[in-house]
Design a protein. Sequence first.
Length: 166
Amino acid sequence: MKEEDAETKIVDFVARMNEKGKGIPTRVAEIEDFPVFSYDELLASLQAGVCNVSKFSCNYEPDIFNAIAVPYEKFLFNSGLVLQYLGPITALILAYVYSWWVLLAVPVFFIIGMKQGKSAYLRALFRSAFTSEAIFCFLFYYKQVDVYSKLTDKIYYWGMEKKESA
């Protein structure tokens, strides 16, 4: 799948959801109380080090990942899952057959598999957020990414409470 396919999928999904009244932004300018006014300005701020984009939620969203990931990222993620779940089972079998010392590999397989899956998810998330404004807005709306501005010393995320000025 190409990046254009992911953007088309996301734009079509956002259009359907907006028809139902969701109000998902498609442009950075549509996001209220945001530290920048355009996607190009956001990219320039990222390059200048004025803003940082990071993963907001600890949740893994499989539908979002499947929509934005390229085949290589899906392969990395799936191989991480195999390592995470089948590695410990294999270690248990080998421990029974050969030596109980092989049980030390159980947490190693689990941790390495988990790290590989997380790495593939983050790679897909940030690659797609930085290649398309529509995908960035979608990921921002669904709280997959947030933006930290060094100028205002605030973290911006969708649905943040509006503070009233005195």
